[in-house]
Ligand binder design. Structure first.
Ligand SMILES: [Zn+2]
Length: 813
């Protein structure tokens, strides 16, 4: 068992360096840049907490100006952030932001790594962060990544104290420092030493910044200019950085480019202090490895003799360098540089190779048929395709004559992202050791291909791609999806059912394979006090039939019913659904959550019949309100008028409407008139930057950055008799139980006395804040501004938050 484990580990180590497609940049200037990088032996690890924390300008500068291996370790996938481009939250937002980071790294030439820490939302202290993250486990992963990447320099984005702001930021700096030392200590995580060696980086630095309180001690700092222009790329690092940073589209981080001097500052933290340069005292040449000097000379000649009009003329020199690299006595640099030389060989021969299939989805354990297409586009390149998977070919490839090889394989499991294969805790994904650090699954269905270029064997592992042409986007490549044979989706993910009442739930079952099929499904409830009927379903799919819809009847039997979870079992496994996330700036993402419906008891009086919803950045409140029997229409703000609004009991603004809607300034007066005529207007949170209008409320207040991030923070009723806490539902302290992630964000401050502020709350060790809920009469109606995170609570089916929200929507008596 142990041996097997080690074997897998080694296999994955190998894959780490080869699980890439053929180089995407094969132009002569890119080849020359990569040849220059081949002559440099150095490595830097940038260390922070979230996608978007990293300094993209510095990464671009290190990778292309200093030409060192440059990696960013983001401890989390940014699951807890906000989403400015859609409604995905939590795990799905993490999937989007993982891909945004990978897109950013494609542009700035860095590499990307992660740990299994979960971004559970804003946190004010590192203590709170560590209580969620299982600090020792995250440290173990960080140490593994350091030992594997052997960075000469480790750079943190943040300081280890409150100056870092977010508790995750502070925690990232603390972990970086501990990992810096632990990686060098053979007694720390000794189980890793079967595969990697202890590694001491030369120094640890903090990359200070001119924002917030992160300037550090300016007199003591190392300063370097990173504002240069790279003639091989045709851009300055300020321009590359802006493109890279603008990939964080879900965070609204579109950035302007910059040119000219750009001074970056670094404060010494540990290791040998640098006085002039990040790499003081570090030999970045081939001289750092035994037998390296000979390689240095060869690489120098390679660069000097490179002919951009005929890159293939460099192939024989690259073949010699490859052989010389095999003789160096340093396993780390041998591995890294072998891969670089092989990529250059592929690029110089102008090789394009990929394995593609015409099916986007394939059922697990069914045959995957794919075609490997290879073409050598530079003349006089001696390229042989030796094998594809176990098929021996030994075929010499002719200049510019594409060759297609048909193959087939069977993949045993579904292509669930590895960090979602086991249930996660609130603070951490459960991840097998073999996956440590990877941005995405390293073991997707892939073709193993062996090529030979001028006698040099090159082993490639190409993930099988679904390739198609989109009329707008052009040729699109996606990884194929291996899916369960039966999937399902439910009309709701949570149901609030009053004691003694029943509700129906529609379930759509989808057969993914071809042919007739009969499937038996059992419906399972996690606790007593609830009943579902029927409990067993037999699904008969006729030939050609893809879906079957069934309706379940769910009853809350007793007043004291506990919450329950409803799941489905088919062939002894939990039934899963397929969720696909598609945006133009990232490859489409698919994952397979268990089909489950949260059942909660709820006593609710809901007099609100019709709501008009004006979307902001995107949230799922409309669907949650529909579950309560309220009709919700999504209104296009540019088209609203008095008459349209008059048919609604309430008008609700989605989150961040003031930040994203260009029409809001024009149309707000109409909405406030609607309130004066007796309507109810509820506006959810906005942020204070890029407000489309500053006059967004009937009476003034400011929007601050204050939040209450502890989801269980005490809530005090300043005025228990306030109508919002009494009609139509009596709100008590119990209604603030079970909230998720946070209480609220971007609270109101300097509030005009015309508003009632019935609630006050605060995080530990902070003063009470009254800016979570503001209510003011307007003419015959009311205006409500709320920073409470209803957009998280309602879709999660939190009963108390739902009752309070209905009160806010209801006309006051
Ligand atoms: Zn951050």
């Amino acid at each position: 068992m142990r041996r097997y484990h080690i074997h897998l580990f080694i296999a994955f180590l190998f894959v780490q360096f080869s699980f890439a497609q053929t180089p995407s940049r094969t132009g002569a200037s890119d080849i020359l840049l990569d040849m220059e990088r081949l002559s440099v032996l150095g490595s830097v690890l940038y260390f922070a907490a979230h996608p978007d924390d990293e300094n993209t300008k510095l990464i671009a500068y290190l990778a292309a100006e200093r030409k060192v291996r440059t990696a960013y370790l983001s401890l989390t996938r940014g699951d807890g952030g906000q989403n400015l481009i859609g409604t995905e939250q939590g795990i799905e937002l993490g999937l989007i932001r993982t891909q945004e980071l990978l897109q950013a790294r494609k542009i700035d030439r860095g590499e990307q790594y992660f740990t299994s820490a979960f971004d559970f939302g804003f946190s004010k202290t590192f203590d709170e962060t560590f209580s969620f993250w299982k600090k020792q486990d995250v440290l173990r992963e960080a140490v593994w990544i350091i030992r594997k990447l052997q960075p000469d320099v480790i750079i943190t984005r943040f300081p280890p104290d409150e100056r870092g702001g977010h508790g995750h930021h502070q925690a990232s700096a603390i972990l970086a420092h501990e990992a810096f030392n632990a990686a060098a200590d053979p007694n720390a995580f000794p189980e890793q030493l079967r595969l990697v060696k202890p590694w001491r980086a030369k120094r640890l630095l903090w990359n200070t910044a001119n924002f917030m309180r992160m300037q550090g001690e300016p007199n003591n700092q190392l300063k370097i200019d990173i504002g240069q222009f790279n003639p091989l790329i045709g851009q300055s690092y300020g321009e590359i950085s802006a493109q890279s940073r603008s990939q964080h589209k879900s965070q609204g981080f579109g950035s302007a480019s910059s040119n000219g001097r750009a001074i970056e500052s670094f404060e010494h933290v540990d290791g040998e202090k640098a006085s002039d340069d990040l790499f003081d005292g570090i030999d970045l040449s081939w001289g750092r490895v035994p037998q390296g000097d000979a390689v240095q000379t060869m690489v120098r000649q390679l660069i000097d003799q490179f002919n951009p009009a005929a890159p293939q003329a460099s192939i024989s020199q690259l073949a010699q360098i490859w052989r010389a690299v095999q003789r160096i006595d340093n396993s780390y640099w041998k591995q890294v540089k072998t891969k670089e030389v092989e990529d250059l060989l592929l690029a110089c021969a102008g090789i394009r190779i990929e394995s593609v299939t015409t099916n986007r989805r394939i059922v697990e354990r069914e045959l995957i048929r794919f075609t490997t297409e290879v073409v050598v586009r530079n003349p006089n390149s001696a390229v042989k395709i030796v094998s594809v998977d176990k098929q021996m070919l030994g075929q010499l490839l002719k200049y510019n004559e594409p060759v297609q090889i048909e193959s087939r394989m069977v993949y045993e499991t579904i292509t669930q992202p590895y960090w979602l294969q086991k249930p996660n805790s609130l603070g951490k994904f459960e991840v097998d050791d073999k996956y440590f650090g990877y941005p995405t699954n390293p073991d997707l269905p892939a073709a193993d291909i062996q090529l030979e270029i001028s006698g040099i064997p090159i082993q490639l592992r190409l993930p099988i791609q679904y390739r198609y042409v989109d009329p707008v986007r052009g040729e699109v490549h996606e990884h194929i999806q291996v899916v369960p044979s039966l999937t399902a989706s439910t009309a709701a993910r949570s149901l609030l059912i009053a004691p003694g009442k029943s509700q129906s739930l529609s379930v759509t079952f989808e057969k993914q394979g071809a042919g007739e099929e009969v499937k038996d499904v059992t419906v399972v409830l996690s606790s007593k006090g609830w009943k579902v009927s029927p409990e067993k379903l037999t699904l008969r799919f006729e030939k050609g039939q893809k879906t079957l819809v069934r309706t379940l009847d769910i009853s809350n039997l007793s007043g004291a019913a506990e919450d329950a979870t409803l799941t489905f079992i088919c062939e002894e496994k939990k039934l899963k659904s397929i969720r696909q996330i598609s945006y133009d700036h990232i490859p489409s993402q698919t994952w397979f959550p268990d089909v489950s419906v949260e059942l909660k008891g709820l006593s609710l009086i809901n007099p609100v019949k019709r709501v008009g919803y004006i979307m902001g950045a995107g949230d799922l409140i409309p669907e949650a309100l529909r579950q309560l029997g309220t009709t919700v229409d999504i209104l296009e703000i540019s088209k609203i008028n008095k008459q349209i609004l008059s048919s609604y009991d309430a008008i609700v603004f989605g989150v961040r409407v003031l930040n994203v809607s260009p029409h809001v300034a024009d149309k707000l007066p109409i909405v406030l008139d609607y309130a004066r005529d007796g309507g109810v207007v509820v506006m959810q949170y906005n942020v204070n930057s890029r407000l489309q209008t500053t006059e967004f409320a009937p009476r003034p207040f400011d929007i601050s950055r204050s939040r209450v991030t502890e989801e269980d923070a005490d809530v005090v009723f300043l005025d228990p008799t306030d109508p919002a806490l009494n009609y139509p539902n009596k709100i008590t302290a119990a209604d603030f139980d079970g909230w998720v992630q946070e209480r609220g964000l971007y609270f109101a401050e300097n509030v005009d006395p015309a508003y009632r502020t019935p609630l006050t709350m605060h995080d530990r060790n902070e003063p009470p804040h009254t800016g979570s809920l503001l209510i003011a009469p307007v003419g015959k109606g009311k205006f409500v501004y709320t920073s409470l995170s209803f957009f998280r609570q309602l879709p999660a089916g939190i009963p108390g938050a739902t009752r309070l929200f209905v009160n806010l929507l209801a006309k006051e008596k």
